[in-house]
Design a protein around this ligand. Structure first.
Ligand SMILES: Nc1ncnc2c1ncn2[C@@H]1O[C@H](COP(=O)(O)OP(=O)(O)OP(=O)(O)O)[C@@H](O)[C@H]1O
Length: 296
């Protein structure tokens, strides 16, 4: 079922068009990624969807609600790029101040969040004494305390180590499975976009592609098998006629549909080759194919 729609939303600052007629559809339980370079318009889009800034034009609806309505804000949780928590207060005080803003807070759920995000031992520590990774875990737990349907994460993993990312994504994954939590994130981390059900590729305030990761890969980022051989003609004779092949600096660059085909092929030509490399198509390729620029 559709949870959120944005119809032709735009944001203009004087003559600067930050977001230009973007359409979005988000279904319940989806993980959606906004992928784009610095200044593409991702944060501006999120800020409109969270009601932090008003649209210049267009319409946003979340379960029939408008961002100006109070109920809209009960249904969302937001984690901004820069934390908005009070540094003078402890972790517990920050979380409880947030919880007090809502009726019917489920204490068991709150305690589970504290546990899942590994905050138990730092509950009494002042927020401004925490490390970046600890802060981010508190930010996310606080944004979830009222059990929102939709969580917005603006660049959630920036500056975080692998361990912290694992804790965060493990917990978010659990909430998706158990409660059908919907998530919209912006990211420069390709592996985060790779996990998404649906990706909006944004550049210069516009959606330049929107599709599943699988389809985007098929269209713009194919798997590449690079082969070196003393006997290229014999290798070429073995290549499926539907695969595209380019010869570059003595190597054969072969676009293969999937890794199983690559393995079958490699087994057939093994005696003929001196070196090979297999690379999965990735989001960098997608961005390069769409814009001619590498993602920054
Ligand atoms: N308050 C503002 N006044 C004027 N221009 C703005 C304002 N906020 C954003 N912009 C401009 O709008 C464009 C989009 O910015 P936005 O922050 O949405 O990009 P982004 O994709 O989130 O970038 P990043 O990945 O660096 O966070 C940029 O050119 C930015 O300078």
């Amino acid at each position: 079922m559709t949870l959120l729609t944005a119809k032709s939303i735009s944001k203009t600052y004087r003559e600067k068009v930050a977001v230009n007629h973007i359409d979005l559809t988000v279904k319940e339980g989806q993980l959606i990624a906004f992928l784009g370079p610095n200044g593409a318009g991702k944060s501006t889009t999120i800020n409109m969807l969270t009601g932090l800034i008003q649209t210049t034009s267009g319409e946003i609806r979340l379960a029939g609600l408008d961002p100006k309505q109070k109920e809209y804000h009960h249904k969302i949780g937001v984690v901004f790029q820069n934390s908005v928590l009070d540094g003078q207060l402890t972790v517990q005080q920050n979380i409880q101040n947030r919880a007090r803003m809502y009726k019917n807070i489920d204490l068991d759920f709150e305690n589970q969040l504290i546990d899942d995000f590994g905050l138990t031992t730092i509950l009494d520590q002042r927020y401004d004494t925490l490390s970046g990774g600890q802060r981010r875990r508190v930010d996310i737990a606080r944004a979830l305390v009222h059990q929102p349907d939709l969580l917005f994460l603006d660049e959630p993993s920036t500056g975080l180590d692998i361990q912290t990312r694992k804790v965060i994504w493990g917990t978010l994954e659990k909430l998706r499975e158990t409660r059908g939590l919907t998530i919209i994130l912006t990211t420069h981390y390709l592996e985060e976009a790779e996990e998404a059900d649906f990706v909006y590729v944004i550049d210069h305030g516009e959606v330049i592609a929107h599709d599943t990761v699988k389809q985007l890969k098929e269209d713009y980022a194919q798997n590449l098998l690079t082969i070196e051989s003393e006997n290229k003609d014999a290798v070429l004779a073995e290549i499926d006629s539907s695969w595209s092949v380019v010869q570059e600096k003595g190597s054969l660059l072969i676009k293969v549909p999937n890794e199983h085909d690559a393995i079958d092929f490699l087994q057939r030509v093994e005696p003929l080759i001196t070196h090979f490399e297999f690379r999965h198509g990735n989001m960098d390729d997608i961005f390069m194919a769409l814009t001619g620029k590498e993602i920054r």
